[in-house]
Design a protein around this ligand. Structure first.
Ligand SMILES: [Zn+2]
Length: 80
């Protein structure tokens, strides 16, 4: 009888371990967030008051914007 209850306890702890491993696998299977590469572009002067994004063609009145308000392209010049 005592031997029998011992067996049940072992089986129970084994199942707990398996459940824990399955949880670990599920967490590892979560998709990783991919880093979006920075798109570099420049503002093309279209008129004295408007500039156009060279990446998406969005026209903005912010001639010195650091980023395109539409596509987010990096408009900052490299270096100085
Ligand atoms: Zn753009």
């Amino acid at each position: 009888m005592e031997n029998n209850s011992f067996m049940v306890e072992v089986a129970g702890s084994k199942r707990k371990m398996i459940d824990g491993m399955m949880m670990c696998v599920e967490i590892a299977d979560l998709p990783t967030i991919e880093a979006v590469p920075v798109v570099h572009g420049n503002l093309i002067k279209r008129s004295p008051y408007t500039s156009q994004c060279s990446v998406c063609g969005h026209v903005t009145t912010e001639s010195d914007a650091n980023f395109c308000p539409n596509c987010g392209a990096d408009m900052r010049k490299g270096g100085n």
